[in-house]
Design a protein around this ligand. Structure first.
Ligand SMILES: Cc1cc2nc3c(=O)[nH]c(=O)nc-3n(C[C@H](O)[C@H](O)[C@H](O)COP(=O)(O)O)c2cc1C
Length: 457
C-alpha cells in the first residue's frame, strides 16, 4: 500500500440516539455503555470523536418503533431492536455545548416534518455550534411512521421524492431569506436590521406554501450541510441535485465502485462539480491488537449477539414489508422486491453483492451482521489497508463508520486506526478549520437570487 496521499479521507461517525447502534445486538455487548438516556453519554462520545478529528458525527432516525413484522412492536421491545429513538434536536444541543470542532448532523424526514420547522431547527443548530450543522435528508421508510403522523400507509417512493424536492426548495429558500449583512444593531438610532435585506419568501410549491422569512438569520455556514442516503435511481437523482455529503450502504468494493461512478456521473450531468460532493459508505471496523484478537471479537461479540427475530423485525421495518409470512428459506424474488416500498436501494445493492439466488435468510443475515457495508477486521494496519484500498480505488471519499457497540468501537478506531491513517497521510492530524464545511472542503454557498428563492419581489 502507498504511504502518502494528498487526498484526505473524510471520517463520519454513524450515531444512534437510543439503546443500540445500527447493529441490533450492540446493547448486549459486555462493554456497552447503557447510559443512553443521559446527556453525559452523548457528550462523552462527542469528545471522543473530536479527539479522533472526525469530520462529523451524525444520528440516524426513525419516527416509530419497528412494528411491521407481525403487525406488532413486541419483538422490537423484547429483543431491543431499536425500540428507542430520542429527539435529535435536544441531543445535538447537548453536543453543540460539549464539543467545539466536530460536525453535528441529524436525520429529519421530508415526509413527516414541515420545511419551516426543519429550516429553523438546523439554522439554529448551525448558529449555536458556530457552523457545524448538517441535515441528513430522508423521506422515511415505513407505514409505522405514517401511523404516528395521521396516515395509514407511507407515501410511495415517487411521491415522497416529489415532496422532498419541493421541501428542499422551500428550506434552502428559507435559509437564504436573510442576507449575510442584514444586521445593523444601531442602538442609538434604534435600527436593528435592514428590512431590504430580510426577504419574505412566499414560496408556492406543489406540496408546500411557505411565507417566510425564517426567524433565524443566515447561518455561519451560509447553509447547513445537506446529507442524503437514498440509493434507488430516484434517490440518486435527488442526491445529485441536493446533497453535499452522500451516505451509502454498499456491501462490497465492486458495488461501491459502480455506485460511486454512477452517482458522480449523475452529479456532473446536473452541472455540479462531482468533487464537491463527498461519498462516504457505511463501514464497520473490528480492530484488535492482533489479527486473532480482532477475529475473536468479531465472532464472539458481533456474530453471536443478534437474535434472529431482531433481524427480521428490522428487515421488515427497513423494507416496509411484513416478513412474518415467510420462511427463512424462501427466495427473494423480483415480485417480492416489487411489493416492498421501504429502502429499495439497499436490497438491490445486497442482491448484486450476494449474487445468484438470494433467500430471506441471506437478507436477514446481512442485516443482523451489519453487512450493508463492508466490515474491516484485523490489526490497525490491516484495517487501514482495507480502508486505503477503498479510498484509492474510486469507491469512496471517506467512510461513515458504524459502531458495533458504544463507545468501545469508536474508542478502538480513535486509539488504533486513526493514528495509522494519519501516519499514511490519509487523514488530518488536527482540525485546520472551524466549520463542517472547512473539514469537508466544501465552499460556503452564495445566497440564492430572489427569483430562485421564489420571492414575489
Ligand atoms: C444507508 C442508508 C441509511 C438510511 N438511514 C435512514 C434513516 O436513518 N432514517 C430514515 O428515515 N431513512 C433512512 N434511509 C432511507 C433513505 O434516506 C430514503 O429516504 C429511503 O431509502 C428511500 O430512498 P431509496 O428508495 O432511494 O433508497 C437510509 C437509506 C440508506 C441507503
Amino acid at each position: 500500500m502507498s504511504s502518502q496521499s494528498s487526498k484526505q479521507m473524510a471520517l463520519v461517525a454513524f450515531m444512534q440516539a437510543g439503546s443500540t447502534s445500527v447493529y441490533a445486538g450492540s446493547w448486549r455487548h459486555p462493554a456497552a455503555d447503557l447510559r443512553f438516556l443521559e446527556a453525559g453519554y452523548y457528550a462523552d462520545l462527542g469528545r471522543l470523536l473530536e479527539l479522533g478529528c472526525f469530520d462529523l458525527m451524525f444520528f440516524d432516525d426513525r419516527l416509530a418503533m419497528p412494528g411491521i413484522y407481525g403487525d406488532s412492536v413486541a419483538e422490537a421491545v423484547r429483543t431491543g431492536a431499536r425500540p428507542i429513538k430520542l429527539d435529535l434536536s435536544s441531543v445535538l444541543g447537548v453536543l453543540a455545548g460539549a464539543t467545539s470542532r466536530i460536525g453535528l448532523g441529524a436525520t429529519y424526514s421530508t415526509t413527516y416534518y414541515a420545511p419551516f420547522h426543519v429550516a429553523r431547527t438546523f439554522g439554529t443548530l448551525d448558529h449555536l455550534s458556530r457552523g457545524r450543522a448538517a441535515w441528513n435528508v430522508v423521506t422515511s421508510v415505513n407505514d409505522s411512521e405514517a401511523q404516528n403522523f395521521g396516515a395509514d400507509i407511507h407515501l410511495g417512493p415517487e411521491e415522497r421524492y416529489d415532496r422532498a424536492d419541493d421541501f428542499l426548495q422551500a428550506v434552502t429558500g428559507l435559509w437564504d431569506s436573510w442576507e449575510d449583512d442584514a444586521f445593523i444593531l444601531d442602538r442609538e438610532g434604534g435600527v436593528f436590521a435592514d428590512p431590504s435585506k430580510v426577504h419574505e419568501l412566499r414560496y408556492s410549491g406543489t406540496h408546500f406554501n411557505v411565507r417566510g422569512p425564517l426567524t433565524v438569520p443566515r447561518t455561519p455556514q451560509g447553509r447547513p450541510v445537506v446529507m442524503q442516503a437514498g440509493s434507488s435511481g430516484r434517490g440518486r437523482d435527488f442526491a445529485a441535485r441536493w446533497a453535499e455529503l452522500i451516505f451509502t450502504g454498499d456491501p462490497g468494493l465492486e458495488v461501491a465502485r459502480a455506485h460511486y461512478a454512477d452517482q458522480k456521473k449523475r452529479i456532473a450531468e446536473l452541472g455540479r462539480d462531482p468533487q464537491s460532493v463527498k461519498m462516504c459508505p457505511m463501514a464497520y471496523v473490528v480492530v484488535g491488537e492482533s489479527e486473532a484478537q480482532a477475529q475473536e471479537r468479531e465472532g464472539v461479540f458481533l456474530n453471536d449477539l443478534v437474535d434472529p427475530m431482531a433481524s427480521l423485525t428490522l428487515l421488515s421495518e427497513l423494507m416496509n414489508y411484513d416478513f412474518s409470512a415467510h420462511g427463512l428459506d424462501d427466495v427473494v424474488t423480483d415480485e417480492l422486491i416489487a411489493s416492498t416500498t421501504g429502502i429499495r436501494g439497499l436490497v438491490q445493492n445486497l442482491r448484486s453483492h450476494i449474487g445468484g439466488t438470494v433467500r430471506i435468510r441471506d437478507l436477514a443475515g446481512h442485516r443482523a451482521t451489519l453487512l450493508q457495508g463492508p466490515r474491516f477486521v484485523g490489526t490497525p494496519k490491516q484495517v487501514a489497508d482495507q480502508m486505503e484500498e477503498w479510498f484509492t480505488s474510486d469507491a469512496c471519499d471517506g467512510f461513515t463508520l458504524a459502531a458495533t457497540h458504544f463507545p468501545g468501537a469508536f474508542d478502538d478506531v480513535v486509539r488504533m486506526v486513526v493514528p495509522e491513517l494519519q501516519r499514511r497521510g490519509l487523514f488530518r492530524k488536527e482540525y485546520t478549520g472551524n466549520t463542517l464545511r472547512d473539514h469537508l472542503g466544501l465552499t460556503r454557498p452564495e445566497p440564492s437570487k430572489p427569483s430562485e428563492r421564489g420571492d414575489d419581489v
